[in-house]
Design a binder for this molecule. Structure first.
Ligand code: NAG
Ligand code: NAG
Length: 176
């Protein structure tokens, strides 16, 4: 292909591709395909959206709130488990998790949601990515006889954080 034709093709694509994206009526599929956990992303967003919330920013905000909901729910669950911990090793690991989850639920994720609403995508993502790391740290605190009763929850939170970060990255690139 000669250079001018190639340029023409590029120009054509740059016009057509955004049109295709706009015309696809299922934004959730479009967006979720570009996150690390497509199916979880769709299953999480679909029941929680309606036409008034479906732009990329709306989806990012819904996802961030679901991350907070899950983290908060897990913190309550941890606090319940601490009260009935069978042995000191298990109790220590659970207390460690509570210490990790408390700042995530009280400060980090609410700050991320606030930053997102103000368009501070980098800071929002920093906080959400860190929340995922705390879930990981909680999980790693269990060892030997102290089996983690939180594996599913920690893994889910980590995945949800990964999805939220990916959506916010799309938003930061100017997709709306
Ligand atoms: C649509 O979603 C938004 C945000 O999630 C919510 O505030 C609003 O009440 C919903 N509207 C309907 C009709 O369900
Ligand atoms: C936790 O995340 C799942 C998404 O897989 C969602 O369906 C559920 O409602 C969330 N739980 C809370 C308490 O937010």
């Amino acid at each position: 292909m000669k250079a001018p034709n190639f340029l023409l093709l590029l120009l054509l694509l740059s016009v057509i591709v955004p049109v295709i994206i706009q015309c696809d009526d299922n934004l959730i599929n479009q967006i979720c395909r570009r996150t690390p956990f497509r199916d979880l992303c769709i299953a999480t967003l679909e029941p929680n959206t309606n036409s008034s919330s479906s732009d990329v920013k709306g989806l990012a905000s819904i996802m961030a709130n679901i991350v907070l909901g899950n983290a908060s729910d897990t913190l309550n669950y941890i606090e319940g488990l601490i009260k009935q911990a069978p042995d000191p090793q298990q109790e220590r690991a659970l207390a460690n998790c509570a210490e990790l989850y408390i700042p995530v639920v009280r400060y980090e994720l609410p700050q991320a949601i606030d930053a997102l609403s103000k368009g501070h995508f980098g800071f929002a993502n920093y906080c959400i990515a860190d929340a995922g790391k705390q879930a990981d740290a909680c999980e790693k605190g269990f060892s030997g006889s102290a089996k983690s009763p939180l594996s599913d929850r920690n893994n889910l939170l980590k995945s949800l954080c990964g999805i939220a970060v990916a959506i916010i990255n799309l938003l930061a690139k100017g997709l709306s």
